[in-house]
Design a protein around this ligand. Structure first.
Ligand SMILES: O=P(O)(O)OC[C@@]1(O)O[C@H](CO)[C@@H](O)[C@@H]1O
Ligand SMILES: [Mn+2]
Length: 393
C-alpha cells in the first residue's frame, strides 16, 4: 500500500471513531499488537458483565471512556503501515514548549541562582526555596492541552511573580509535611534518597518538574530521581519518552546559556544514573491505582523502593482516588483505598469534579469565590501521606 492510501485509510478510521463516540455507539475490543491489549479487553468484559451490555461511549464511567479514546487513537495509528509511531499531539506539545520560552528562562535563572548560592546554610531559607520549587511544579499543571481541547494553553505570566497571589488557591497545603519528611529521610540516609515523579504534561510543566528534581539533588535531599513517562500519546499533552528526549535536546541546543547548561546537565544525569527515565503500560490503562499492585506487581515493587513518589496532575489524582464522588472532607489516605507503595504526595490543579481532604466548609468558601472552582485549574491541592511505619525504617 502506498503512503497516501495508508493515510486515507487511517483518517477514515479516525472519522469512524469520532462518529461512534459522538453517537454513543458501543466501544470495542482492541486488536493491535501492543502488550496491554489483553488487559484492556479484560476490562471491557468486566464492564460488560457488570452492566449486562457492551460498554458505550456516553454511558460508561468517564475515566474509562476517556482513557479508551486515547488508546483507540493509538490503535488506529498502530494498525496503519506508515503512521505506527506517529504522535498526533507532537506539534501542539512542541509549540507549547516553544511559546513558554520566557517563563522557562525565568525559572532556569531562578533555579541556577538558588542552587549556586551559599546561603542555604540558613535552614529557613532552604525551606522557603523548597516551597517555591514545589509551588512552581504544582502550578505548571495549569498548562495542559486536554482541558483546552488541544488549543493553545501555555504559561504566559512570570511564574515566580505569581506564586504569592496564587497561595490562597492552594486548598490543601502539606508542603511543610513533605519538607519534614524529606529532611528526615536525608538525615537518616545521608542524602541517599530516591524520589519518583509520575510525570504529567510536557512543556512548561515538565520543565518545572525537572527543575524541582534538580533542586532536590543539589540541596542533598535526593541522590536519584526516577521520572515516569507515558508509553504512548496520552491526554494530548502528557509526556512520552520521546517528548522527554526532545525537551532535553532543545534545552541543550538553546542559545540561552542557562537552558543549554541545564540540558547538558540533565543528559549527564541520565548517563550517570542520577536521573532514570521509565515508562510502563500501567500508566495508560484505565485502572485505578488501588489496582496497581495486582495489575503491575513489578512496577509496584519498583515504586516501593522510593522515599517519596510525587504524582503530578489531575488525571493521576482521579486514578489515585478511583475518580469517585467522595465527600470532600474524606481523609486523603482513605480515598487511596490501600494504595501505599511508599510515602506519596500529589501536586494537582483541580480540573475534574472530585476532591478530598478539605476542611468542613472549605468547599462552600471556594464555591463562593468561583463557581467553577473544581474544574478551572485555578485551585490546587498539595497532599501528602506517610505511614508511621515508614518513618521508622
Ligand atoms: O492530568 P492533567 O493534565 O492535569 O489533566 C487532564 C485533564 O485536563 O484531562 C481531563 C479532561 O479531558 C481531566 O481529567 C483533566 O482536566
Ligand atoms: Mn495531562
Amino acid at each position: 500500500m502506498c503512503g497516501l492510501d495508508d493515510f486515507k485509510l487511517t483518517v477514515g478510521r479516525l472519522s469512524k471513531l469520532r462518529y461512534e463516540l459522538q453517537t454513543n455507539k458501543p466501544m470495542y475490543k482492541l486488536t493491535d499488537k501492543h502488550a496491554d491489549v489483553e488487559l484492556w479487553n479484560q476490562y471491557y468484559d468486566k464492564e460488560k458483565e457488570r452492566n449486562g451490555m457492551d460498554p458505550c461511549w456516553f454511558t460508561n464511567a468517564w475515566l474509562y471512556v476517556e482513557c479508551f479514546m486515547y488508546r483507540s487513537i493509538k490503535e488506529t495509528l498502530a494498525l496503519s503501515m506508515f503512521l505506527k509511531d506517529f504522535d498526533p499531539f507532537e506539534e501542539q506539545k512542541r509549540s507549547a514548549f516553544m511559546s513558554s520560552q520566557t517563563p522557562i528562562v525565568t525559572l532556569a535563572n531562578h533555579l541556577l541562582h538558588i542552587v549556586s548560592s551559599n546561603e542555604h546554610r540558613d535552614a529557613d531559607l532552604l525551606e522557603k526555596d523548597f516551597r517555591h520549587m514545589v509551588e512552581l511544579s504544582l502550578w505548571g499543571n495549569k498548562n495542559d492541552l486536554s482541558i483546552s481541547g488541544g488549543s493553545e494553553n501555555y504559561q504566559k505570566a512570570d511564574p515566580l511573580e505569581q506564586l504569592d497571589e496564587l497561595q490562597p488557591y492552594i486548598l490543601v497545603d502539606q508542603i511543610n509535611d513533605m519538607w519534614r519528611h524529606l529532611k528526615s529521610c536525608a538525615n537518616r540516609k545521608c542524602g541517599r534518597c530516591r524520589i519518583d515523579i509520575i510525570l504529567d504534561n510536557a512543556g512548561f510543566e515538565l520543565f518545572g518538574d525537572l527543575c524541582f528534581a534538580e533542586f532536590l539533588l543539589r540541596m542533598g535531599l535526593a541522590s536519584e530521581v526516577h521520572l515516569h513517562a507515558k508509553a504512548m500519546p496520552w491526554f494530548v499533552s502528557d509526556t512520552t519518552s520521546q517528548d522527554f528526549w526532545w525537551t532535553l535536546e532543545m534545552l541543550q541546543a538553546s542559545n540561552n546559556g542557562e537552558l543549554s547548561r541545564l540540558g547538558t546537565r540533565w543528559h549527564q544525569h541520565i548517563k550517570d544514573e542520577t536521573f532514570f527515565l521509565k515508562q510502563d503500560d500501567f500508566w495508560t490503562l484505565p485502572h485505578n491505582y488501588a489496582e496497581l499492585r495486582a495489575m503491575a506487581p513489578q512496577l509496584y515493587q519498583d515504586l516501593s523502593a522510593s522515599d517519596l513518589v510525587v504524582f503530578k496532575g489531575d488525571l493521576n489524582y482521579r486514578k489515585l482516588t478511583g475518580d469517585l464522588q467522595w465527600p470532600h472532607t474524606t481523609p486523603f489516605v482513605d480515598a487511596l483505598q490501600g494504595f501505599l507503595p511508599a510515602p506519596l504526595c500529589v501536586l494537582r490543579t483541580l480540573k475534574a469534579d472530585l476532591v478530598v481532604g478539605l476542611q468542613e466548609g472549605q468547599d462552600k468558601q471556594a464555591e463562593e469565590k468561583a463557581s467553577d472552582w473544581m474544574v478551572s485549574g485555578n485551585f490546587a491541592v498539595v497532599q501528602f501521606y506517610v505511614d508511621r511505619a515508614w518513618e521508622q525504617l
